[in-house]
Design a protein around this ligand. Structure first.
Ligand SMILES: [Zn+2]
Length: 189
């Protein structure tokens, strides 16, 4: 089985401090609007909003393939880019953020989660779902995982709608968090 990761960055950026990631695959016979066009759209919108700001000089924007088949795209990225990954301060991952099954939740690095929660009145923690942040966390990188829970259409042929307002709100919370993630004291790295 072959897959394709799509990684975007500004010319000359070789040592990113943040990877904003999501996966672009979905399960067979599901159109995947929320799972996970929504996360993909969040990363594309983040890139669009960041492009003329200093954040783009410190970031990679990555769309991973093969998440549903065992995080294959993100695992491969981490394995093939060890020096880049070790230079990261944070990996942000977006998965199913276009349907309000639950309020937006963020889990992950203890010193970072308070910032998006306060900035965007995000709900408290939830059990972490296995997604593309896991290979980064296993490599020792602080991660933040943005997720709105499993909706009724999860993995169904009816996963056909995602709400752009919810995706935009996710992006807004992320941009408020990115500054804190880049502060050297916030992660101790
Ligand atoms: Zn899925």
């Amino acid at each position: 089985m072959r897959g394709v990761n799509v990684v975007a960055f500004k010319w000359g950026v070789t040592r990113p401090e943040i990877v904003f990631g999501s996966r672009l695959d979905s399960v067979f016979r599901s159109p995947g609007a929320n799972d996970n066009l929504s996360g993909t759209a969040a990363v594309v919108e983040l890139a669009r909003r960041a492009v003329h700001t200093p954040l783009a000089q410190r970031s990679f924007f990555a769309l991973f393939d093969g998440e549903e088949d065992g995080l294959r795209g993100s695992r491969t990225f981490v394995q093939e880019n060890p020096a880049l990954v070790q230079g990261l301060k944070t990996m942000f991952n977006f998965d199913m953020v276009g349907v309000n099954a639950a309020p937006l939740r963020v889990t992950g690095e203890r010193q970072l989660v308070d910032t998006p929660r306060q900035a965007a009145q995000i709900a408290g923690s939830s059990p972490d779902q296995g997604s593309d942040q896991v290979p980064f966390a296993q490599a020792g990188i602080p991660t933040l995982f943005f997720h709105r829970g499993l909706d009724a259409n999860y993995h169904q042929p009816t996963d056909a709608l995602a709400n752009p307002e919810l995706i935009r709100a996710t992006v807004g919370a992320t941009l408020k968090t990115a500054g804190a993630a880049l502060k050297p004291t916030s992660t101790g790295r």
